[in-house]
Design a protein around this ligand. Structure first.
Ligand code: UGA
Length: 439
């Protein structure tokens, strides 16, 4: 059992803290936001993540998980400090590290014995070394400590499963003492044969960026091939399946759609480009992936225009507002981008999302939020699917057709079968589903 202080009770900190508590450790989650800590102490989770509330409740009840705003006290009482604070993108696309360095100073001021400082936040290469420098300068080398990079690979919507059954755990440090302690923390995962990559700080930091940039590139690649499918009369769904069955390629992240969004891929691809630029290395492939993603969003707007015609005075129904299903996170959500573009062209929007409407409402203006998918269709000129929530997969399409003014569907996630939609009398537009030439 280790005493751990988790600094930052956002998405990464809270999930990691709750999961490490479940392994039997003593976790104190800290945050500067008093209202967040107060609601966590009342048992309320500030965002939607399946299974997290139960996990937090269970570990709170066992007294393994506590929440506080008292950072100095929490640092002094623990053996390991995890930094899981936000690293937002500034207006130039660079990563804003001010929260990380603020924490490093507070750690230095409260270093009352050997501690490990673990960086969980996604940070540019070299940040761990700078954190070490800040603490060393502040303490004058009087107290021992080590800095570790331990990047997270959690997906929103399935974060607990990803933590408990990861593809790998990455631990980056040059200290054998810290490596031993970190390996102990992850022993429950080692016992289920999770590969543990032990490496340097710098390599660990770059592994995180390279992983996200590769996944983003895979999505942009398949989206561009989808565009080609439309031109030549091929089907991206069949193509992606066949390509993905090659074990060297793999079937995951080959789902063509409206482009990637969220708090990670858009920020991390641009962040990696900045890191590379500063290091004098040009990453042409990542640059192209970012550009292709911007294009993909615009292409979705063009699809709506092609299907509906002039948008002035038209009403468009939108299903799905978050950047993907099973989350209420609307950061960089293609849906929001597309809605705002359609509004600029004079369209009125009716929308529904199972969990993301409160967050979307804080960003969007003049949207009529509805109680369900059918209410969205009432009086709409077309229906646009933006995410693939399970509850959107089995809708009563006969009823949808009756409710819509025109039977037009733009399915940016390829949830429905084009042939079935044609048979039902819809004008159906998917992504990458070209019609074959008739012989
Ligand atoms: C991503 C990574 O998958 C995690 O491994 C990583 O830890 C996390 O970022 C992070 O850096 O913290 P997440 O942003 O939660 O996780 O979401 P993903 O499931 O990766 O989806 C990202 C975007 O790509 C979504 O907009 C999704 O709709 C899109 N996507 C994904 C596709 O368009 N096609 C696909 O085949 C897969």
């Amino acid at each position: 059992m280790k005493k751990i202080c988790m600094i930052g009770s956002g998405y990464v900190g809270l999930v990691t803290g709750a999961c490490l508590a479940d392994f039997g450790n003593q976790i104190t989650c800290v945050d500067v936001a008093e209202d967040k800590i107060a609601s966590l102490n009342r048992g309320q989770i500030p965002f939607y993540e399946p299974g997290l509330r139960e996990l937090v409740e269970r570990n709170k009840a066992k007294k393994r998980l506590a929440f506080t705003t008292d950072l100095p006290e929490s640092i002094r009482k623990c053996e390991i400090v995890f930094i899981a604070v936000g690293t937002p993108m500034d207006k130039d696309g660079a990563v804003d590290l001010s929260a990380v360095f603020d924490v490093a100073h507070t750690v230095a001021e409260n270093l009352n014995g050997y501690k490990i400082v673990v960086n969980k936040s996604t940070v540019p290469v070299g940040t761990g070394a700078r954190v070490r420098q800040v603490i060393r300068e502040h303490t004058g080398g009087k107290v021992e400590f080590d800095v570790v990079s331990n990047p997270e690979f959690l997906r929103e919507g399935s974060a607990i499963g990803d933590f408990m059954h990861p593809d790998r755990v990455v631990i980056g440090t040059s200290s054998t003492r810290a490596m031993k302690i970190m390996s102990r923390i992850y022993r429950p995962l080692y016992l289920i044969e999770t590969p543990i990559i032990r490496t340097t700080l710098e390599t660990a930091e770059l592994i995180k960026y390279a992983s996200n940039a590769f996944l983003a590139t895979k999505i942009s690649f398949i989206n561009e091939v989808a565009m080609l499918c439309e031109q030549v009369g091929a089907d991206i769904q069949v193509l992606a399946k066949a390509v993905g069955l090659d074990g060297r390629i793999g079937s995951k992240f080959l789902h063509a759609g409206a482009g990637y969004g969220g708090s990670c891929f858009p920020k991390d691809t641009v962040g990696l480009l900045k890191v590379a630029e500063a290091a004098g290395a040009e990453l042409k492939i990542v640059k192209a992936a970012v550009k292709a993603n911007e294009e993909q969003r615009k292409r979705m707007v063009r699809k709506v225009i092609q299907a509906v015609g002039d948008l002035a005075g038209k009403t468009i129904g939108v299903l799905g507002l978050s950047f993907k299903p099973r989350t209420d996170d609307v950061r960089e959500a293609p849906a929001l981008y597309i809605i705002q573009d359609l509004q600029k062209r004079g369209a009125k929007i009716r929308a529904y999302d199972p969990v993301a409407m409160p967050n979307a409402g804080r960003v969007l203006d003049r949207v009529t939020f509805c109680d369900d998918a059918y209410a969205v269709c009432q009086g709409a000129d077309a229906l646009v699917f933006m995410t693939e929530w399970n509850e959107f997969r089995e809708l009563d399409m006969t009823r949808i057709k009756e409710l819509l003014i025109e039977p037009v569907i733009i399915d940016t996630r390829n949830i429905y079968d084009p042939e079935q939609m044609d048979n039902l009398g819809f004008r159906y537009v998917g992504v990458g589903r070209g019609k074959p030439c008739q012989a």
